[in-house]
Write a protein that binds this ligand. Sequence first.
Ligand code: MN
Length: 185
Amino acid sequence: MLSNGVPESDPRPAPLSLPARSGPGYMNGANPEPASVLDGGLPPRKLNALRSEPKRILIVEDNELSLKLLKDILEFHGYTIISTNLGAAALDLAREHRPHLILLDIQLPDIPGTEAAGRLKADEQARAIPIVAVTAFAMSGDRAKILDSGCDDYVSKPIHILDFLALVERYTKGAATHAEALAGS
Ligand code: MN
């Protein structure tokens, strides 16, 4: 018994106590700060829009049909697409749009995709962005050369759509925050 006569086991919460960590005021049930603080007091609708912000993918591809195919598949699955047919434009676009993933054709009209990959990986802001080479090359030596150039992965055309989507999801999941953190956002 306390001096005011209330038993210590009184289940009523103290008037000024914080909500339980798993309560609606907390994100993910594990965050030490109330959501309203973390989210800058944004209303729920705006908050949801931010949380479901589409992942951005930069496609570097000079073949119009290949570009259209990749773009259609990825946009249908909720990705936002930025594209160029020039390898030399990849770095500027990557720095401007901060894509979560770059899909890179190797045979391009200006510079080889391997050269574009090298430039991207030499750039402090862009190097954290994963690069997946998308190419028709089939020889094993080309694969090694492509990976040596800085590409993180490799898919051969014609692409298998479900495998391709799984690969894209793997590279865009979580990689975003890492890349954005490195880019200083
Ligand atoms: Mn090409």
